[in-house]
Write a protein that binds this ligand. Structure first.
Ligand code: SAJ
Length: 427
């Protein structure tokens, strides 16, 4: 279909976050008539004015599709009417350790009121295998009186957005696609073939749902492996960092992961638990790798604090009243996202020990921080470093002047092996 000759297909993308907005903008650029839908009215206002709050979408790209008339933003559910293709890209958090699919449910219910014969619904949110067919399909059918398959297409395609990754973008990252029947798969694949370079069809939504969880559980388990190994290697007097660097020289059969202060972000601390929950709920079995990985990774903040306490104790300094300069609030380097960041737990623990905690992170906007722990926010100056009894490096942001830190600090505990010097200890 040429964009000029026939009426553009209408696409609605529910959820305009780090997944939904790039998809909506790309679809508009590819000639679809796109509605970016989100409940957050402030976000909608920003989008309508061409102001992007997602680092992967610069204002210029957003403003161009707004000006083209192919992208509109709305929080009014009535604007979901007449869609040909609807994509659900809403959060799937954990609530007390169990999946919370309430955003998917409300999105499906909203869509069902506007679902027409021949339309297509695609779920992108990360969730346990079975969600598309056992939860979303019935909600769409109940609200519309239509039948998934014969009356409308339905499929699942996991998101693989890595915020800030300039190499692997939405367009250049292969996209796994699926449908509840061959016609749905063909329709879902056809949509993404216009959005990304490579699509990867699988036999059903369950395989696609599991693919995403496998990808992130693989990382979570391997990070836990090196975290547990780091603790043992320390007690055995072995440099784990050097061993990992050496193992990385193996050109096949090895993939390096490195120890850290814990695992944060919106993916790894959450996605694997969707898998273990499903196994428990459906089979009554315990997914031991996930449970163990959670246990090890969640223990790292306690381990980091204990190492710091011991180091201060060796210098005759009780933690109580000590000035600790924490470098890094974000969950990983060069990002401003501090969701589930281990830094939060570490700051809480140090505060409970009555340390005088100061935090520096140029990437994390204090007004948008999710950190529950309150601590003084400072710049990383030589004065602040000299004033501290210990500098605790939790995130290896490129913007930190680590040469100065190494030169001026009386003691540094570096959990990312990004600082060297006589006063520096590594995790
Ligand atoms: N981490 C370690 N050691 C490692 C790698 C990560 O401690 O060797 C920690 C990080 O510091 C962070 C957490 O784990 O706190 C998660 O790090 P991550 O590198 O997995 O980053 P995420 O959570 O942003 O993962 C995303 C994922 N992308 C999607 O789910 C679409 C993941 O699949 C990507 O592989 C990853 O980005 C990436 O490669 O950047």
């Amino acid at each position: 279909m040429s964009a000029s000759s026939e009426k553009a297909e209408r696409v609605v993308v529910i959820g305009q976050g780090y997944v939904g907005l790039p998809l909506a903008v790309r679809a508009a650029e590819q000639g679809y008539d796109v509605l970016g839908y989100d409940l957050d009215k402030a976000r909608i206002g920003q989008l309508a004015s061409g102001s992007s709050y997602i680092e992967d979408i610069p204002d210029e790209r957003l403003a161009a599709v707004v000006a083209s008339g192919r992208f509109h933003a709305s929080s009014d559910p009535e604007d979901l009417a007449d869609f040909d293709i609807a994509v659900i890209s809403v959060p799937t958090p954990l609530r007390e350790g169990s999946p919370d699919l309430s955003y998917i449910e409300s999105s499906a219910e909203e869509l069902s009121r506007h679902l027409r014969p021949g339309a297509c619904v695609i779920l992108e949110s990360t969730t346990y295998p079975g969600t598309t067919e056992e939860l979303v399909a019935p909600l769409l059918e109940d609200g519309s009186g239509l039948k998934a398959g014969p009356d409308f297409h339905l499929g699942y395609s996991p998101e693989r957005i890595d915020p800030g990754n300039a190499t692997y973008t939405l367009e250049t990252t292969p996209k796994v696609v699926s449908g509840i029947d061959p016609e749905s798969l063909e329709r879902v694949k056809g949509f993404y073939d216009r959005i990304v370079t490579t699509t990867v069809p699988v036999r059903s939504p369950k395989e696609a749902e599991l693919t995403k969880l496998l990808e992130n559980t693989f990382r979570h388990v391997n990070i836990a492996l090196v975290n547990e190994l780091a603790m043992f290697a320390r007690d055995l007097g072995i440099d784990i960092w050097e061993a990992i660097d050496a193992a990385e020289s193996k050109p096949f059969g090895f993939m390096p992961f490195r120890p850290g202060p814990g695992v944060g972000g919106h993916c790894l601390p959450i996605d694997p638990s969707y898998l273990s929950w499903r196994v428990k709920q459906s089979l009554g079995q315990t997914f031991r790798f996930v449970e163990l990985a959670n246990e090890v990774n969640e223990h790292m903040p306690d381990y980091v604090v204990r190492r710091l306490v011991v180091a201060l104790n060796e210098r005759g300094l009780p933690v109580n009243g000590r000035r600790i300069l924490v470098l890094g609030l974000a969950y990983k380097r060069n990002t401003g996202d501090d969701r589930e960041s281990p830094s939060t737990r570490i700051i809480e623990l140090l505060t409970e020990l009555k340390a005088d905690v100061a935090v520096a992170d140029p990437h994390v906007d204090p007004d948008r921080s999710h950190a529950t722990a309150t601590a003084e926010r400072v710049e990383v100056t030589a004065d602040e470093v000299r004033r501290a009894d210990a500098v605790l490096v939790l995130v290896d942001h490129d913007g930190f002047d680590l040469e100065m830190v190494s030169r001026e600090a009386s003691y540094v505990f570096d959990t990312r092996r990004c600082v060297t010097g006589p006063a520096v200890e590594h995790l």
